[in-house]
Design a binder for this molecule. Structure first.
Ligand SMILES: NC(=O)c1ccc[n+]([C@@H]2O[C@H](COP(=O)([O-])OP(=O)(O)OC[C@H]3O[C@@H](n4cnc5c(N)ncnc54)[C@H](OP(=O)(O)O)[C@@H]3O)[C@@H](O)[C@H]2O)c1
Length: 277
């Protein structure tokens, strides 16, 4: 399994995304992913499925120490007391303590970054998580976060796929020694219809999703967390280690964002002033 390292964290390069998965579908999906070989699972308090994610992890029977588990604190819970209570609740629902990574899910629009980062530091110092990081932070917010933190921030989890150029933000993450976690890596299916990606998939005898996931994996410091509720997609999305894209193929996919700029996750109530509009 390919692993990305940052500030002492060793994070499997493919994670199983669980947004929009609930009930039995979630528990079964997590268990199936772990059976296939995924060793990284991404959830959040806001997904309201942590109990089912924990259930899936236990059902798979993979030793806990082999699994990298991320959860997140919702933007409405970033005041210190609510923040700490949110993480304690996550650990209880998951029935896993500690987790590997706790992220601030979206930056607060009202509480200063220095305050939310101070609480995030406490979460690590309390022993509730091995690592901490952020999500949906811009270059400016990252700089503020690093100025305020005592503990290293290992990743910034942000939207990234062939239709969304994130060069500036990615460079800022690497400048801070962080890795970059790509969420909605399939552009919620939008990029899978792209003619260039479809043609590449045909040429290489792969699915469009495999082409896009492979494109992520061949980029420096990049983790990708595709979500699926479909057992065949869960399996094939992980079957990406026996082929590669050459420089021309990588460049053709990267060039798509020049003509197809598109953001799929942009909730106005929480979205910051993006580096890439
Ligand atoms: N930090 C954040 O703010 C944030 C925001 C969004 C997402 N995330 C995380 O990132 C994860 C992934 O993002 P996402 O769920 O938004 O989108 P995504 O992974 O880009 O796309 C998921 C969609 O693609 C489909 N799909 C998956 N594999 C496929 C395949 N091989 N062929 C065809 N379709 C396929 C899925 O349908 P099926 O279920 O039918 O396969 C689903 O409709 C989330 O689950 C969550 O863990 C984080």
């Amino acid at each position: 399994m390919q692993v990305v390292e940052a500030h002492g964290a060793k994070i499997p390069a493919i994670g199983f995304g669980t947004w929009n998965l609930d009930g039995e579908t979630c528990a079964r999906g997590v268990a199936a992913a772990l059976d296939i070989g995924y060793r990284h699972v991404d959830t959040a308090a806001g997904y309201r499925n942590e109990d089912r994610v924990g259930e899936g992890i236990r059902a798979a029977g993979v030793p806990r120490e082999e699994i990298f588990l991320t959860t997140k604190v919702a933007p409405e819970e970033l005041e210190e007391k609510a923040f700490l209570a949110s993480v304690e609740r996550s650990l209880k629902l998951l029935r896993i303590d500690p987790v590997d990574l706790v992220l601030i899910h979206w930056p607060s629009k009202t509480i200063p970054v220095a305050d939310t980062i101070a609480t995030l530091n406490k979460v690590k110092q309390n022993g509730w998580t091995r690592h901490i990081g952020v999500s949906n932070f811009t270059v400016k917010l990252l700089d503020e976060a690093w100025a305020a933190t005592d503990e290293p921030l290992v990743t910034n989890q942000c939207e990234y796929h062939p239709y969304l150029n994130q060069d500036k933000l990615r460079a800022a993450c690497f400048g801070h020694g962080m890795c970059f976690t790509a969420f909605s890596p399939l552009g919620r299916q939008v990029v899978l219809q792209d003619p260039i990606i479809v043609a590449l998939a045909k040429k290489k005898g792969r699915t469009p999703a495999q082409i896009v996931i492979r494109w992520d994996l061949q980029q420096q410091g990049t983790i990708t967390i595709p979500k699926s509720s479909n057992p065949e997609h869960i399996r094939s999305n992980f079957d990406v280690f026996s082929f590669s894209l050459d420089d021309g193929e990588m460049a053709a996919i990267t060039a798509l964002s020049k003509t197809h700029m598109q953001r799929v996750a942009n909730p106005p109530a929480v979205a910051p002033d993006w580096d890439t509009k």
